[in-house]
Design a protein. Structure first.
Lengths: 257, 257, 257
């Protein structure tokens, strides 16, 4: 049986995540379940897409992933199961899936074909995505779940690319993590080791290799665990220290030699 | 082996939930465990009861449920295992169980009969409920855990019913969920599709079928995933937008024709 | 296969905890995983050490524990696997392990010996600790993971002992739990049943056995579930009621007879 990984913005104040787990266990008894995270910013498809991209390479190779950040639940937006190499992704077709580049096939989930009750208008995680993932975990072919569609019709929600101009790179903060680290869209290999980041007029950060090299309360530039450069304060919060937020600009200087 | 589902107000800042899991794994190795939620409002039996009712129909049919919101821990309040159809519920006898209507039998948990050490005065989740659930997961008969009691002696904590008067229904907010949706005690089928909700003098919400139909920042009325009507803001928080709280009144108008 | 328990300060806003789970499942398919808690104060080794000590006795006897609160990640601090009776602890060598007294052996984790890619500078949980735990779960000998070291070279981070002077005990708040209970370093058996705690000039709390004995809003002294005395408010938060924090002093009076 395939393991099932779950990523949502459902939070922890409710039974919502628990019901996803319950439905999977009910429909695929004994399936391994992995919580990839449920504290994502509510309704933020961009953030979900970024987190999915960061986690993706580390998942079991036969994993079925449910990613539900779904402000369009109940409207005409499609629900899809996407084949990506040996893994499968079940999600609303709202751009989350576009974080995963190598999609080779996709179907539109069809509750009638799956023999399900008509889904509610407000909780497709429970009524559609979890039952679909359970079937896939048990070995179903995605084409048993609905009609195939062209993968180039999947909704795109591309993360912004950095803008490179000579010795400078215009970046943007993609994500504020739980430690208050400010993760940008600029990858470590794009900037020289001695480069700096300017994040507000007169405020500049030097690059370090480890959090431990930072002075107390110093805002430093560091390559984070997914390869993106981030502003960080060791044993502190760069978000609090800088008052920067998701979407704010960070300017990187490169040493061209 | 039966799966075990866990619902508590223990939160995520501590090892408390983890220790429940550890005890269950120690006493019932390999048992499937499902987190139904641990971020419930502390000590709020009414809320726990509501969430349990919403999740209940979706649980595996042979599930053992531990529900621990237990401000009376260590006092004379009873600890019980309740049989509900093919499922079992282990909880303090403080009204949580009254969300589950079809109870057919109950025992009072007896640590001596279970061969346990005397429980602490402050953590029966760890010392009594988790070991009891582990035994039930392994196939024990509830009567192995303690004396049978009359189910009509279980403490009741009924959720308030809406008050229907002609074309109006007086409802109340039962729960503020993690998205800031304000869930009332009025069920969708009790109100016509074109009805409105008045939640403060001069403030009224129209009913929609999906979150996506709401205008930006509009507070709308929608039937939530458990069948109850809720006030919601798409990609926003109705709790923030309205400053309403659990227990506040919402007045519904029905179109009688 | 041994079960794996996880304790971190990674929080719930990100994929970080999920990736630990994914790596363990990928490297040790089907291994039982137990979340001991991920909401610990960021970078607070002292707190992690305390929580580990409280949870330790309740873990399965063959458990492999990953404890990652690691502000020194990527620096010269060692990563270790420590044998403690029949259990194993994988952690940075920064004092977390010193909560566990009966260590009998330890190795320094060596990514080359384990055949791993060179770890990142910022996420050893994913790149080193989780793969190491997975190998141990599958039955590896700790000496397969790296060189043995003397256990007396492990970094110590001792929790402060209470200071006993005649009829008074100077204690300190070790931990503020999710309910707002203020957990001190003084154990229940060190103080007579009729003792009191003075936590600010003119503010004193009586000792009770159960939360339910407290008057509404009363700050009481109670022996918590791990044996330490704590200040508590039933159905409320002692942290809010007193404005006390981790590290603040509490003075206990003993009745010597």
């Amino acid at each position: 049986m395939r393991p099932v990984a779950l990523l949502t913005d459902f939070g922890h104040a409710d039974h919502y995540v628990g019901v996803l787990h319950a439905v999977i266990e009910r429909e695929a008894p004994g399936a391994v379940r992995i919580d990839l995270g449920h504290g994502l910013p509510a309704g933020d498809i961009w953030n979900a897409s970024f987190q999915l991209r960061c986690a993706w390479p580390h998942l079991p190779t036969d994993c079925v992933v449910i990613a539900v950040v779904d402000p369009g639940v109940g409207t005409g937006r499609r629900a899809v199961a996407v084949t990506v190499g040996t893994r499968l992704l079940v999600a609303p077709d709202n751009g989350i899936a576009s974080a995963v580049f190598e999609a080779s096939a996709s179907v539109v989930l069809d509750w009638r074909r799956m023999g399900l009750d008509q889904p509610s208008k407000t909780f497709h995680g429970r009524d559609l995505f979890a039952p679909a993932a359970a079937r896939l975990a048990c070995g179903a072919d995605p084409r048993d779940l609905g009609e195939e569609i062209e993968i180039n019709t999947l909704v795109a929600c591309p993360l912004p690319d950095p803008v490179i101009t000579g010795t400078t790179i215009d970046g943007v903060i993609l994500h504020v993590d739980g430690f208050g680290n400010l993760v940008t869209n600029v990858r470590g290999e794009e900037v020289e080791g001695s480069a700096t980041a300017t994040w507000r007029a007169g405020r500049r950060s030097r690059r370090v290799a480890t959090y431990g090299e930072a002075q107390p309360d110093e805002v430093v530039l560091i390559e984070g665990s997914a390869g993106y450069l981030e502003l960080a304060v060791n044993c502190g919060s760069a978000a609090e220290a800088t008052a920067l937020e998701r979407g704010d600009a960070v300017l990187f200087s490169r040493n061209l030699e």
